[in-house]
Structures are given as structure tokens and as C-alpha cells.
Write a protein that binds this ligand. Structure first.
Ligand code: SF4
Length: 67
């Protein structure tokens, strides 16, 4: 996965929750629900389990497109 890794801080967490920010594979048009895979062949497991806990490392996929 081509990704940008960002640590969750209070501002990111609050803005993501307030705006219902979508960034994980399950909200991406390249996600294939039946196989739980990515149409580009990128690994999805870590990205599907994204956490907004403070200090967590988020992987923002550069190929994400809202589905
Ligand atoms: S393009 Fe990125 S965000 Fe979309 S399904 Fe593939 S790995 Fe996930």
C-alpha cells in the first residue's frame, strides 16, 4: 500500500469524529467486500482495522477513493 502514516492526536481525532471522516479500505471503491481485498492487490488487513485512539498510527492510503 502506498501510504502516509500519521499519529492520531487530539485535533485529528476530534475532526475525524465530527466530520465522520472516511479513510479506511471498507469505505474505498477499490475494496472488494467478498474477498476483503483491494483491487490493486494492496494489503488491507491493517488498514481495515484503523483506530482513532490517541497515539495510534494511521495509514492513509494514497490510492483511497471514496466508494
Ligand atoms: S486502494 Fe487503498 S484504501 Fe482502497 S482498498 Fe486498496 S488499500 Fe484500501
Amino acid at each position: 500500500m502506498r501510504a502516509v502514516i500519521t499519529l492520531v492526536d487530539l485535533q485529528l481525532r476530534e475532526e475525524a469524529l465530527r466530520t465522520s471522516f472516511r479513510f479506511s479500505c471498507t469505505d474505498c471503491q477499490h475494496f472488494e467486500p467478498v474477498t476483503r481485498g483491494c483491487s490493486f492487490g494492496f494489503p488491507t488487513e491493517e488498514h481495515r482495522q484503523a483506530s482513532l485512539h490517541l497515539g495510534a498510527a494511521l495509514n492513509f492510503c494514497k490510492s483511497f477513493e471514496l466508494g
